[in-house]
Ligand binder design. Structure first.
Ligand code: TXA
Ligand code: MG
Length: 350
């Protein structure tokens, strides 16, 4: 359904309002969303840039604000599984995962119902919708107050590092979003895991806050990991365009697998680093080597080290297990050659 929205709503040059998530501000944010405006809000993974998912104009303004390619579909957020069932079809696998892991950092790609009230733009031409029930109290209150599904990508310019604090949102999209519900740092700090359940085999489209091991244990089957053949109406569009090789990219080059850093590089370490040499600026994702702590710090530290005086950000190795798979996925994309959209050569390691 579409509504007429005044053009100044997404006009650049405005200062965003950062407000605490009081009941009154959540009610105000809900009113803005129902009027077709964009609102940034916290989830347990990263901050989202929300719009009424049933409003074509509002959804279109997300793509415009982020500079996001139109072939990249959006995740739609719901207060509970029952609400999601109105727009997509759940099979037994989806029900089991949703009942166990929702609310939480899992997004399910499911077949779209033909009578769904969602804007077609959220699916970007695919016959599926990515649905998620977030587990952040502010996101949950907002979803209940709006009474409509909220389409929300991460609240950053397309291809850049995702926001885990309200200030990151203001830096990235400050002139594009009127209201930011500011509720401190996101506890997980990495986006949700995206699992495609539209085919016979479950396919991991993006590793994230819920691990592959958890999914396989619950499903009792292997989950396939990319590479896939591109599909959909645009043969050049990746199946999940979050798979664009260069993504989450800071301005500085990123050098992976570092054992030390040059004097003009920044060092991003993991675990004990007393004997690691160099680094004009040094930050440690987790001195104890805790992957949860490292995930929560990753995007904020990449942003902090992304300064013109650094020739590169040198990053020490992170174990490829549990949340480390999602951390390494983001780091590989941050380090990938920039340029036109390409599919990654390497799938995320299992
Ligand atoms: O944690 C998260 O998932 C955050 C918070 C705000 O919920 N959202 C987020 O959205 O990360 P975004 O737009 O940055 O990433 C959505 C990912 C993209 O990789 C997109 O291509 C994929 O989900 N996706 C969305 N709809 C899809 C669909 N129908 N089929 C395949 N992939 C889809
Ligand atoms: Mg994103």
């Amino acid at each position: 359904m579409s509504k007429i929205v005044s053009p100044e709503i997404v006009s650049p040059g405005r200062k965003p309002e950062l407000v605490p998530p009081t009941d009154a501000n959540i009610a105000r944010a809900a009113d803005l969303l129902r009027a077709g405006e964009l609102v940034a809000f916290p989830t347990e993974t990263v901050y989202g840039l929300g719009a009424d998912a049933t409003d074509d104009r509002a959804v279109a303004s997300i793509f415009e604000a982020k500079g996001r390619p139109r072939f990249n579909p959006l995740i739609v957020h719901f207060p509970d599984m029952g609400a999601a069932e109105a727009v997509v079809r759940f099979d037994e696998r989806a029900e089991k995962l949703a009942e166990t892991l929702w609310p939480g950092a899992l997004t399910l790609v499911l077949p779209r119902r033909t009578d769904s009230p969602l804007s077609l733009l959220v699916s970007a031409g695919l016959e599926s919708v990515a649905v998620r029930v977030p587990n952040h109290p502010v996101a949950r209150s907002l979803l209940k107050a709006v009474g409509r599904p909220i389409a929300a990508p991460s609240a950053n310019r397309s291809g850049a590092v995702s926001p885990t604090t309200p200030l990151h949102v203001a830096e990235s999209l400050g002139d594009r979003v009127g209201l930011i519900l500011a509720a401190g740092r996101c506890p997980i700090g990495l986006e949700s895991t995206v699992l495609d359940l539209t085919g016979a085999d479950p396919v991991l489209l993006r590793p994230g806050g819920v691990t592959l091991e958890e999914l396989e244990a619950l499903l009792g089957t292997k989950v396939l990991t990319p590479p896939h053949q591109p599909s959909g109406p645009d043969p050049d569009a990746p199946k999940s365009p979050g798979m664009l090789a260069s993504h989450y990219a800071p301005g500085c080059p990123v050098r992976l697998g570092a054992h030390d850093a040059a004097a003009d590089e920044a060092l991003l370490s993991f675990g004990p680093d007393t004997f690691v040499r160099g680094g004009a600026t040094r930050l440690n994702l987790s001195p104890q080597g805790d992957l949860f702590e490292a995930a929560a710090n990753l995007f904020a530290m990449l942003r902090a080290l992304d300064r013109p005086e650094h020739s590169a950000i040198a990053v020490m190795s992170i174990p490829e297990q549990g949340l480390g798979v999602a951390i390494n996925d983001r780091l590989r994309r941050a380090a990938a050659p920039r340029g036109p959209a390409t599919l990654p050569d390497q799938p995320p390691a299992p």
